[in-house]
Write a protein that binds this ligand. Structure first.
Ligand code: UGA
Length: 430
C-alpha cells in the first residue's frame, strides 16, 4: 500500500484520539475515529469539535474527505490496516492506571480482517505491551504487529506538537512494525527513535516525570527565595541559561495540574512500588506539588486570619491558559480547601466551565474578573490568563472590600500592584 494512504482506525475521540486522527488525515491517510459515546460522535459527525484545541476544528474540516467518525465498531474495523488505541487510562483506586478501556478496544479488534498493526497511544504502565501481545494472540491476531508510540503533545498546542515534534518514539518488537509506524509519519520532519516496547512505554512516563520534577524544583527554590529575600524569577531565569539545564518548565507557580502530570507521576510511583522500589525523588516531586497548593491557602491566612465568611475569588479555573480543561486543576483543590475553611468562593474563567464536580457546586461564577472581584476580601491568580494583565487593577483595588491578591503565577508586577494599594503576594518574589 501507498505509505501516505493507509487506512487507520482510531479508538477514542478524546484529546489524543481527535488530534491523532486529524493529524494522520492531514498526512494523507484515511482515518475513521470510533468512540462509544453517542453524543460525542453525533457532535463530530455534525462538524463540531467537542473539545477546545486550537487549529483542530480547521484541520478536521479541511480533511473531511479522509476523516470520519463513527459509533459503529464494524465500520471502524472493516478497512483498517492500523488501529490506534487512544482511550483514557485513569487512575484506579490502587493508584495503578485503569486499563479496562484499553483491553476492551484490544479485544474488539479480533474482527478486523485487514489489521496489520496495533498502536498504543494511551499512556500505560511499562509491561502493558506484553499483556497486549497476549491479548492479541488470544483474539487470533497472531500475525498482527504491536507498537508503543507515546505522544508528547501538550494541550492547547497539541496539533502543532503532533506535526512538529521533537522526536517520534516507536517501541516495537518486530522491525517491520517499526518501519510501518515510521512511514505513517512521513511528511513530519523529526528524529525517529526506535526501541523495544517496554523502553518506549518508559520514555513517556520518564519524560513527564522529569518535566514535573523541574517545576517542583522551581517551586522549592521559590520557597527558599521567599525565606531568604532572593527573587526566584531572577534566580531561575539565570539558572535556565545554562544550556545543560534549559529555560523550560522552571516557572514557579501554584503547582502543576492537568490530565497528565498528576496521573502519570502517581502511576510511575505505583509502578515502581509494584516492583518493590519506593522512588524517593519522584515521591518528593509529588509532595512538593501538594505543599505548593497548601502554601497558597496559608498565604491568604497570614493576611486575612480566619477565612470563615470571607469572599475569595479564584481568577482562572482551567489547569493552564489556552484550554477549557479542568482535570486536576489546582483551582479545584483551592476551592475545596477554601470552602472547608468556611470561605465563600467566587470564580472566573474565560473558557473552563465548572463540571458537576463537587468543589464547584457552591462557587459562584462571574462573567468578568471585575464582577467577581467586586466586594471580595481576597483574590488568587490561579491560571495565568493573558486577560488578567488587562484588568484595570487600580479600579479593582477600589472595588474590593480588601485589596488582597495572591498572584500564584507571578503574572503581575509587584511594585505596580503595591503602588495601587494591594497587599500583593506572589511566588518566590520579594
Ligand atoms: C504535559 C506535557 O507537557 C506534554 O509533553 C505531555 O505530552 C502531556 O503532558 C501528556 O502527557 O499528554 P499538559 O499537561 O498539556 O502537557 O500541560 P503543560 O503545559 O505541560 O503544563 C502542565 C502543568 O504544569 C500546568 O498546570 C502548568 O501550569 C504547570 N507548569 C508548567 C508550571 O507550573 N510551570 C512551568 O514552568 C510549566
Amino acid at each position: 500500500a501507498d505509505r501516505r494512504n493507509r487506512r487507520v482506525a482510531v479508538f477514542g475521540a478524546g484529546y489524543i484520539g481527535l488530534v491523532t486522527g486529524a493529524c494522520l488525515a492531514e498526512l494523507g491517510h484515511r482515518v475513521v475515529v470510533r468512540d462509544i459515546d453517542p453524543e460525542k460522535v453525533r457532535v463530530l459527525q455534525g462538524g463540531d469539535v467537542p473539545i477546545y484545541e486550537p487549529g483542530l476544528g480547521d484541520m478536521i474540516t479541511r480533511n473531511k474527505e479522509r476523516l470520519t467518525f463513527t459509533l459503529d465498531l464494524d465500520e471502524a474495523l472493516a478497512e483498517a490496516e492500523v488501529a490506534y488505541v487512544c482511550v483514557d487510562t485513569p487512575p484506579s483506586v490502587s493508584g495503578d492506571a485503569d486499563l479496562s478501556k484499553v483491553w476492551s478496544v484490544v479485544r474488539s479488534l479480533a474482527a478486523a480482517p485487514h489489521l496489520h498493526t496495533v498502536v498504543m497511544k494511551s499512556t500505560v504502565p511499562v509491561g502493558t505491551g506484553v499483556r497486549a501481545r497476549a491479548a492479541l494472540d488470544e483474539a487470533g491476531l497472531t500475525a498482527t504487529g504491536y507498537a508503543s508510540n507515546p505522544e508528547f503533545t501538550a494541550e492547547g498546542r497539541a496539533v502543532n506538537d503532533f506535526m512538529n515534534p521533537d522526536r517520534i518514539v516507536i517501541g516495537a518488537d518486530e522491525p517491520a512494525t517499526a518501519v510501518l509506524i515510521a512511514e505513517l509519519h512521513s511528511g513530519i520532519d523529526a528524529p525517529v527513535v526506535t526501541m523495544d516496547v517496554r523502553s518506549a512505554e518508559m520514555v513517556k512516563l520518564a519524560s513527564n516525570a522529569l518535566l514535573a520534577t523541574k517545576i517542583s524544583f522551581a517551586n522549592e527554590i521559590a520557597t527558599l527565595c521567599e525565606n531568604t529575600g532572593a527573587d526566584a524569577m531572577e534566580v531561575l531565569g539565570a539558572v535556565g541559561l545554562d544550556h545543560r539545564l534549559g529555560p523550560h518548565f522552571l516557572r514557579p507557580g501554584i503547582g502543576w495540574g492537568g490530565s497528565c502530570f498528576p496521573k502519570d507521576s502517581e502511576a510511575l510511583r505505583q509502578l515502581a512500588s509494584n516492583t518493590g522500589f519506593h522512588p524517593p525523588l519522584l515521591s518528593a516531586v509529588i509532595d512538593v506539588n501538594n505543599i505548593q497548593k497548601r502554601r497558597a491557602i496559608q498565604k491568604l491566612k497570614d493576611v486575612l486570619g480566619d477565612l470563615a465568611g470571607r469572599e475569595i475569588v479564584l481568577l482562572g479555573m482551567a489547569f493552564k491558559p489556552g484550554t477549557d480543561d479542568m482535570r486536576e486543576a489546582p483551582s479545584a483543590v483551592l476551592a475545596s480547601r477554601l470552602q472547608a475553611e468556611g470561605a465563600s468562593v467566587r470564580c472566573w474563567d474565560p473558557l473552563a466551565r465548572p463540571s458537576a464536580a463537587e468543589p464547584w457546586l457552591s462557587a459562584r461564577r462571574y462573567a468578568s474578573p471585575e464582577e467577581a472581584l467586586d466586594g471580595a476580601d481576597a483574590a488568587v491568580v490561579v491560571t495565568e490568563w493573558a486577560q488578567l494583565r488587562d484588568v484595570d487593577w487600580g479600579r479593582v483595588a477600589q472595588l474590593m472590600r480588601r485589596p488582597v491578591l495572591f498572584d500564584g503565577r507571578n503574572l503581575l508586577d509587584p511594585a505596580e500592584m503595591r503602588e495601587l494599594g494591594f497587599t500583593y503576594m506572589s511566588v518566590g518574589r520579594p
